[in-house]
Write a protein that binds this ligand. Structure first.
Ligand code: ASP
Length: 419
């Protein structure tokens, strides 16, 4: 075992942590009559919420430096810059393609199963903050202040700055006495920090799951059974069928191997509900277990976490149909087409953090003239669905990383196929 190998039995321990969190929190939640309310509140706040938040903070803490150093060291070691253009074009093309399939599947299955609305009260809805429109998203790629982009966790801006810096470093390596080597070393240090944090993952997910259950108990599906079940079905279908198909047909890679190695990443995404917080784990798995070379993974993974959200697009497609039906509006074929386009653009602009997709759903509803308040209908079940769609989002990022790497001859098949 070297300094950069993953903690032993991580998947098993994370699963145990999740189950224990659900169990312990359920005991508190369902025996509230027997346990003093003060004790429950203290456990909820100082064990589950605090522990969960610390774990997520620690993951987020390394995202920016990890993305920066891995992208800079990946690009500074590229032998020619044309390759960067080709990687970027394929990556963005594939991301848009998979998202288009995702939302189309959602609408298709919603239509086949006749997804219908729900009669219920509408909770208060908090309007989105920040500019998630296409205009705002494109503008965020080009920040006017390097430090501002880093401080605001502006991932697309950070990717742009890192690419610019990496290119300049690459072109001046002779003049800087091999400065790029130092970036590679720093990258190794940050990878180690990720591993140290991951060794606390079982405790972290224990707290996260506990805090979810403490808040609402196990009644996570509420009264929205048809919407919830259909959404889970389409998420499962897309992640098992679409990704398998593209892995096999575009890159001749075994989906079974892919899924076996993605277990940990999916679990992290599920428990943090954040593609951004999962970046460190995704990067590590894609590079070390799936064999994608660093110059590809360091670009494809952070960009994917930011702009590729197939699970989110599926939710937005189905939620729009559900809300339209609830308020008694029949969607036309043109409006279905609009939903596909809007979901693609919106998922690009959705931040990779918990519940962001529900907030940007407002953009789609607004464009179709549907009432924004109706988002309140699905808020009750959104917690658990956010966890599931985030797992799908990161699987998409990893699948595209493998396909792009294979097409660029940057995939080490012996690592991909290894045990
Ligand atoms: N939580 C999702 C993610 O981080 C975004 C969303 O759909 O809310 O990928």
């Amino acid at each position: 075992m070297n300094a950069l190998s993953a903690p032993k039995n991580l998947t098993r321990n994370v699963l145990i942590g999740m189950a224990a969190g659900v169990l312990v929190a359920s005991v508190f939640y369902y025996t509230s009559g027997f346990i003093s309310e003060n004790i429950s509140l203290v456990v909820e706040k100082y064990v589950f919420n605090l522990g969960g938040q610390i774990f997520k903070n620690l993951l987020m803490l390394v995202v920016v430096p990890l993305v920066f150093f891995s992208l800079v060291s990946g690009i500074s070691s590229l032998s020619n810059m044309v390759k960067l253009g080709s990687i970027a074009t394929k990556t963005i093309g594939l991301y848009l393609f998979t998202t288009a399939i995702a939302v189309s599947l959602a609408l298709f299955f919603g239509w086949v199963f006749n997804l219908s609305g729900f009669e219920g009260t509408v909770d208060a809805y908090v309007p989105p903050s920040g500019d998630s429109s296409l205009y705002g998203t494109v503008l965020r790629i080009f920040p006017n202040n390097i430090f501002g982009a880093f401080i605001e966790n502006n991932m697309l801006g950070i990717v742009f700055i890192s690419i610019l810096f990496g290119i300049a470093l690459n072109l001046t390596d002779d003049l800087t006495d091999g400065l790029s080597k130092s970036f590679e070393r720093l990258n190794t240090v940050f990878l180690k920090i990720v591993l140290l944090i991951m060794s606390f993952a079982p405790i972290g997910v224990f707290c996260l799951m506990g805090s979810y259950v403490m808040a609402k108990g196990l009644n996570i599906f509420g009264d929205l059974a048809q919407y919830v079940l259909l959404l889970i079905f389409v998420l499962a279908f897309h992640s098992l069928f679409t990704y398998s198909l593209i892995l096999k047909s575009f890159a001749n890679l075994s989906p079974i191997v892919f899924y076996r190695k993605m277990r940990n990443v999916a679990l992290f995404a599920f428990s943090t509900s954040s593609s951004a917080a999962t970046i460190p784990v995704t990067l590590k798995t894609v590079t070390d277990d799936l064999g994608v070379k660093k110059d590809v993974s360091s670009f494809v993974v952070p960009v994917g976490a930011t702009i590729n959200m197939d699970g989110t697009a599926i939710m937005q497609g189905l939620a729009t149909m559900f809300i339209a039906s609830t308020v008694g509006i029949d969607l036309s074929l043109v409006q279905y087409g609009q939903i596909v386009l809007l979901a693609i653009v919106t998922s690009i602009g959705t931040a990779a953090v918990p519940s962001a997709g529900t907030v940007t759903l407002a953009l789609i509803l607004g464009s179709l003239g549907l009432p924004l308040d109706a988002i309140g209908l699905i808020l009750a079940v959104d917690r658990i669905l956010d966890m599931m769609r985030t797992a799908v989002n990161v699987c998409g990022d990893a699948a595209v990383s493998c396909i792009v790497a294979k097409s660029e001859n940057e995939l080490d098949l012996s690592i991909f196929n290894s045990k």
